[in-house]
Design a binder for this molecule. Structure first.
Ligand SMILES: Nc1ncnc2c1ncn2[C@@H]1O[C@H](COP(=O)(O)OP(=O)(O)OP(=O)(O)O)[C@@H](O)[C@H]1O
Ligand SMILES: O=P(O)(O)OC[C@H]1O[C@H](OP(=O)(O)OP(=O)(O)O)[C@H](O)[C@@H]1O
Length: 282
């Protein structure tokens, strides 16, 4: 089983970090290498350009891929199945035009020229709206093209909006919301190993923003403590040998921890311990 992972750019580090946290440690993954082994002898990593990953998975050079939805939609192979939204690399593909132009809506671009690194997504977008445009594929610095009379508008990635502002462009419409996805070739999507990879990555996402609370609780305060703990399927309650108190463990949203601890103290819990959760298999 081979996983294709971005070899550079902004997606490389977070993708590798996620694999690490999921327990799929990369061994011998020196920089600039094409392949690397993982601790699982049945799983290897293939490093590829973010834009090439969908095709590599579709063609069988890899079985599973990690890259942006924008890249998957652009390559648009028929035999890919999305498994997970990995919740990083969030950005939007937008239609933008010069601030000082007459262009207010997408329909103002009918008969116009569009520059983009995403010609397929762009073509689909305009075709759906029945707006006729001439699309030029560029390989970077798309934001400059309206200022050198190559295009009337662009379809490009934005996240903070800084690049558009710096180039005096404004958003006319949103074409696609993107984030990084885990996907597989459809014929292997149900394989046990693919499922294991999906479960491992999901467990990291599930643990994000969660804390594990442990505390001692007098028997007679147990009901009140249970009422305070939002918990997933209720807290775990354990007897403590030779003591009247019980130990209570629960998973709590990080954002609730501050308030929950105060409430727990008030109803009689003591020795409250808060720890991070690395993974949570639900
Ligand atoms: N500003 C951004 N904010 C968030 N995510 C982004 C942003 N720009 C790009 N992305 C996401 O990261 C993906 C890869 O972009 P990046 O610029 O890192 O590619 P790259 O590997 O440098 O590309 P190339 O190999 O062509 O040089 C994009 O397809 C998109 O999903
Ligand atoms: O809305 P912003 O936060 O300004 O981000 C948008 C910019 O980010 C990406 O470029 P990147 O920085 O990856 O440079 P590159 O495309 O030249 O690699 C994208 O192509 C935009 O130019």
């Amino acid at each position: 089983m081979r996983i294709a992972v971005p070899n550079k750019g902004r997606l490389h580090d977070p993708a590798e970090d996620l694999l690490e946290r999921a327990g799929l440690h990369i061994v011998d993954g020196a920089d600039r290498q094409l392949y690397a082994d993982t601790v699982d002898p049945d799983v290897t990593v293939l490093y590829a350009r973010a834009a090439d990953i969908p095709e590599y998975v579709a063609d069988g050079a890899a079985d599973v891929g990690i890259t942006g939805l924008d890249q998957v939609r652009e390559a648009d192979p028929e035999n890919l199945e999305e498994l997970l939204d990995l919740e990083f690399g969030s950005c939007r593909l937008v239609l933008a035009a010069p601030e000082d132009s007459e262009i207010q809506t997408v329909y103002d671009l009918d008969g116009g020229r569009i520059a983009t690194e995403f010609p397929n997504v762009t073509q689909h977008y305009f075709a759906e709206l029945d707006v006729d445009v001439d699309i030029t594929e560029v390989s970077g610095a798309t934001e400059l093209t309206p200022h050198v009379d190559i295009a009337d508008g662009i379809v490009d990635i934005t996240s903070t909006g800084t690049t558009l502002r710096m180039n005096r462009l404004e958003i006319v419409d949103e074409v696609l919301q993107s984030s990084v996805r885990l996907f597989a070739r459809a014929d292997v999507a149900d394989d046990e190993k693919v499922q294991q990879i999906q479960t491992a990555l999901q467990s990291v996402l599930s643990a994000e923003g969660k804390r594990y609370l442990m505390m001692n609780v007098p028997q007679d305060a147990l009901d009140e403590v249970k009422a305070v703990l939002p918990g997933m399927g209720g807290p775990t309650v354990m007897d403590i040998a030779g003591r009247e108190d019980v130990a209570v463990h629960a998973v709590v949203d990080d954002s609730d921890v501050f308030e929950t601890i105060n409430d727990l103290k008030q109803v009689g819990a003591s020795d409250v311990l808060v720890t991070e959760i690395e993974r949570l298999v639900e």
